[in-house]
Design a protein around this ligand. Structure first.
Ligand code: NAD
Length: 283
């Protein structure tokens, strides 16, 4: 059983990105710039945001968070995002979720200009991705595929099953898998007899937000299991949506949590920000 750690990929990619950031900085006369917008002080979000800033700083980017109190009005935050959109020195903008209940997701999705949409949430960015046109790719689904590639697996003609149909993970992941010529099975909360479907999969991608839900019975012997979930189990330990030790009895390979898809997601964000900055370099 292979443990699909992100670390070797992360180290290699960070040093490549560092060199690319130096080139970009000298061409633009400034560092690539990422701004994260955060409303309220959700503990998990604060940790994610700090990790994003830390990794961005590590490769020489200018990353900072624009913070608003939990009580901020959506209009006030929308105005700040509009200012970031208009600022030519800002290359990437990310609005950290979850947002307070007064924020309507269908409105927020339109705030970040597609040219700075490094999270790839704007409907235009999603449309481009679905059509296979150039543009920002969503960080978590793209990170799953990069890890699969890094470990040398070929998806073409294989059965890939995605469990979960969220707009940020499950749906775009299924699209990207189709573009990789996988035969895609897509499961969700209303799927009947889940294990009978997931057991057909050569590649099983899990993004359901239910700690340690997927067990050996869901896994085809030898399958590659990619665990996107991040949660806490009953013992308050950080775990994925896959019960690692149980699934490891049958799987050929599994991503660990932490240390699997989490770091891949942050790398994707940095890659998108750098791409946004590079797009401004005049030939
Ligand atoms: P979500 O809650 O928006 O969606 C969950 C999906 O799972 C739904 O589509 C639902 O239909 C499906 N589902 C729920 N219970 C199910 C069941 N019993 N059987 C089959 N399908 C079921 O979740 P999300 O935003 O996609 O996130 C999923 C998980 O991934 C969470 O643990 C989240 O924290 C994690 N996540 C991790 C990263 C990362 O960087 N590693 C990024 C995003 C999300």
């Amino acid at each position: 059983m292979i443990r699909l750690e992100a670390r070797p990929y992360r180290e290699k990619r960070l040093s490549e990105l560092k060199a690319d950031v130096v080139k970009c900085t000298s061409a633009l006369g400034r560092k690539p710039k990422l701004r994260v917008v955060m409303v309220g002080d959700h503990t998990a979000s604060a940790i994610y945001v700090a990790n994003k800033e830390k990794m961005a700083a590590e490769i020489g980017m200018d990353a900072a968070t624009v913070k608003f109190p939990e009580t901020a009005a959506p209009e006030e935050v929308a105005r700040a995002v509009a200012e970031l959109n208009a600022d030519p020195s800002v290359d990437g903008i990310l609005i950290q979720r979850p947002l307070p209940k007064s924020f309507k997701e269908e409105d927020v999705l339109l705030w970040v200009h597609p040219s700075k949409d490094v999270d790839a949430f704007h409907p235009e960015t999603v449309g481009r991705m679905s059509l296979g046109l150039p543009g920002f790719l969503p960080c978590t689904p793209a990170g799953c595929l990069k890890l699969v590639d890094f470990y040398g697996y070929d998806l073409a003609g294989k059965i890939a099953c995605v469990i979960g149909r969220s707009s940020i993970v499950g749906k775009p992941l299924a699209q990207l898998l189709l573009q990789r010529d996988a035969t895609v099975l897509h499961c969700h909360s209303r799927t009947k007899d889940l294990a009978s479907i997931t057991r057909q999969a050569d590649f099983l991608f899990v993004a359901i937000g239910k700690p340690e839900f997927v067990r050996a019975e869901h896994v085809k012997p030898g399958a590659v299991v990619i665990d996107v979930g991040i949660g806490k189990n009953a013992a308050n330990k950080t775990v994925g949506d896959v019960a690692y030790d149980d699934a490891a009895k049958v799987a050929g390979a599994i991503t660990p949590v932490p240390g699997g898809i989490g770091p891949m997601t942050i790398l994707g964000l940095l890659e998108n920000t750098l791409a946004g900055a590079n797009a401004k370099i005049k030939p």
